[in-house]
Design a protein around this ligand. Structure first.
Ligand code: FES
Length: 145
């Protein structure tokens, strides 16, 4: 191998290492931005009684990326609380609430009951329960950051 070729390969190696380092850092930031964290949904007493409601939250999905809206379904019956992800289990669209209390996925037409059970495909799995806790009267959901 002559000297100019060796010098070229050495320089290329440095540039490739710099490019990998440049790409890995944002990927790490993005991965850390999807960790779960407790999110305050507000006072439990203010949640509608006996009715499932959709709660939205804006979230930033990465450095210099647009804010995205996430949604949860919250149902309070007396002191009982149930929180479900509003993300359809088929391919990830957010469901919307219908006037009859059911949840419909606008993407491919799946339907879910108030407890997240599948009423109509193509989804085959129920809406996913979300962990929660109550602190000082506030309802906190363990939600993706
Ligand atoms: S993403 Fe909901 S039915 Fe396909």
């Amino acid at each position: 191998m002559n000297m100019s070729r060796r010098r070229f390969l050495g320089g290329a190696t440095v540039w490739i290492a710099a490019a990998i380092a440049f790409l890995v850092r944002p990927m790490r930031l993005l991965a850390s931005s999807t960790k779960l964290q407790w999110f305050d949904l507000g006072l439990l007493d203010k949640m509608p009684e006996g009715e499932a409601v959709i709660v939205h939250k804006a979230k930033r999905v990465g450095h210099n990326t647009p804010v995205r809206i996430d949604a949860l379904i919250v149902r309070r019956t007396g002191t009982e609380v149930r929180i479900l992800s509003a993300t359809c289990t088929h391919q990830g669209c957010d469901v919307i609430k219908k006037s009859d209390g059911k949840f419909l996925c606008p993407c491919h037409g799946a339907a879910f009951g108030e407890n997240g059970e599948v009423l109509k495909g193509p989804a085959t799995a129920p809406l996913v329960p979300v962990e929660f806790k109550i602190e000082d009267g506030h309802l906190l959901a363990n939600w993706k950051k």
